[in-house]
Write a protein that binds this ligand. Structure first.
Ligand code: APR
Length: 169
């Protein structure tokens, strides 16, 4: 049985088995959630990302894919890095964004994670409209079989929270 929860707050302060990072394909950090996770999580996360770039992800992490590293100083066992699509306008294909949630849950299942915290992927620097991103996020995780018991969306502001709340009864 998987429950869905919404939280208003900073994802780097969450306690969860896995915290999902809205990364970029370089896996070498950035702003927004990415910057916050690396800042609070500390250098161990970047070291693990660098090791991934030196091995199985030489070309970087493709959009819609997900990969786990240790969580450093975060109150979590793993960070699951996933790369959202950049919004290209009203005809943007929603599947790569849905794939971020699917792939992250698949990684969480492989790890045996029981709780996972997601940010609103692609809705910041990558400019995906919040209402549409919230619909894609909730619809995707709702229809996906997973062993994860708690899926938490951690929203950074009221607008985001309201957008997700519209889809979670
Ligand atoms: N906790 C929870 N949510 C946060 C936090 C935080 N600490 N910081 C930002 N957010 C929210 C933003 O308000 C936005 O709604 O996360 C959402 C995603 O925003 P971004 O972090 O900009 O991620 P994204 O739009 O997917 O862009 C990814 O930005 O930081 C770079 O390296 C990253 O290139 C990548 C790109």
């Amino acid at each position: 049985m998987t429950t869905l929860h919404l939280v208003l707050g900073d994802i780097t302060r969450q306690r969860a088995d896995a915290i999902v990072n809205a990364a970029n394909s370089s896996l070498l950090g950035g702003g927004g959630v990415d910057g916050a996770i690396h800042r609070r999580g500390g250098p161990a996360i970047l070291e693990a990302c660098r090791a991934l770039r030196a091995s199985s992800y030489g070309g970087g992490l493709p959009t819609g894919h997900a990969v786990a590293t240790p969580a450093g100083r975060l109150d979590a066992l793993w960070v699951i890095h996933t790369v959202g699509p950049v919004w290209q306008g009203p005809d943007s294909d929603p599947d790569p964004l849905a794939s971020c949630y699917r792939a992250s849950l698949r990684v969480a299942d492989d790890l045996g994670a029981r709780t996972i915290a997601f940010p609103a992927i692609s809705t910041g620097v990558y400019r995906w409209p919040m209402a549409d991103a919230a619909r894609i996020a909730v619809e995707t995780v709702r229809t996906l079989p997973t062993e994860v018991e708690e899926i938490r969306f951690v929203l950074f502001d009221e607008t985001a929270y309201e957008a997700f709340a519209r889809h979670v009864d």
